[in-house]
Write a protein that binds this ligand. Sequence first.
Ligand code: NAD
Ligand code: WQD
Length: 341
Amino acid sequence: MATILLAGGAGYIGSHTAVELLNAGYDVVAADNFSNSSPESIRRVEEITGKPVKLYEADIRDNAKLAQIFRENSIDAVIHFAGLKAVGESVAKPLKYYRNNIDTTLSLLETMQEAGVRNIIFSSSATVYGEENPVPYLETMQRGVCTNPYGWTKAMMEQIFEDAAKADPMLSVILLRYFNPIGAHPSGRIGEDPLGIPNNLMPYVTQVAVGKREFLTIFGNDYPTKDGTCMRDYIHVVDLAKGHVKAVAYVLGHSGTEVFNLGTGTPYSVNDIVNTFERVNGVKVAHVYGDRRAGDLPEFYANADKAAALLDWKTEKTLEDMCRDAWNWQKQNPDGYRNPD
Ligand code: NAD
Ligand code: WQD
């Protein structure tokens, strides 16, 4: 079976993908600088699967270190998760985001070329559709005008991959545009572990429910949606991880660039999330309605037909599963991977 290098593999989506790849019989090598994660996640991946992961502490911008990893392992494909992802921070510190996100991509492509590794899957984002495209988003739409530097790094990196694949006919690139990943592995052993105040909705909800934060502020209830709150395409992180397993099989037998949306195709509102979370978990999520958050779009969701047709992938988990598994992780790990058992 093939060996897959997960750049940024100790993070939220990387660790869940590691589990699904190992379960599918792939060997996994992970490299991470732990700027937003901990080696504990990979230890737990090994615990869940009963299989080893070769883990490198490495900055993905370090070409010499990457060359060493490619020398020491026979890598068939790379999945590039390594990046900074906090939208608000990217507005305050754009250079940090451009430097980290673009450089990781350039270093990977350069060292892959030197090592003769031809296959790469990239963690892109629905954010590249920008503000103007109508919903549901389709892969054939042009990338749009992004609302923040984080989004622009994703759009720029997509362009870099496309240009690299045009110049090298042997290169096989898959750009996966994730929608809103939430939830956790059903074991409750791995999950999302934000540092500081969560930027995203679900970790904020779970931290309110567990008593770490007083209340959730719902950003706006005057949007033109069914209940006035924003609508998003929330996807269970295990479904998302399984999409990567399908993408690996695809990238290995392909050349050129292919783009896939990974979403469910069904949007839910912020109120839906809060209500479902309270109902399935039997806990209260104290909340107030506040002002709109700058840059938020009223609604976006995927057309997920292309991934179904070409990757043979469809989401299986419900919103109830997402809320239950997110809570199970938070309850078992109130401090995330800090103070591990
Ligand atoms: P995460 O922060 O949990 O994982 C990213 C990992 O990359 C972390 O472990 C971090 O330590 C590592 N990293 C960052 N810079 C690095 C560097 N220079 N060298 C080595 N490691 C580095 O985030 P995630 O939610 O797992 O996201 C993974 C990828 O998916 C990111 O590229 C993110 O932008 C993208 N994405 C995430 C979402 C989401 O909502 N979570 C949505 C769309 C796209
Ligand atoms: C979801 C909804 C908020 C927090 C971001 C990035 C996107 C992608 C996924 C990486 C929105 C509302 C949130 C809170 C709230 N990431 N909300 N109170 O903004 O859809 O997408 O993460 O690529 O690029 O932009 O996700 O989880 O921040 O927000 O009411 O305290 O929850 O307004 O409607 P978003 P989110």
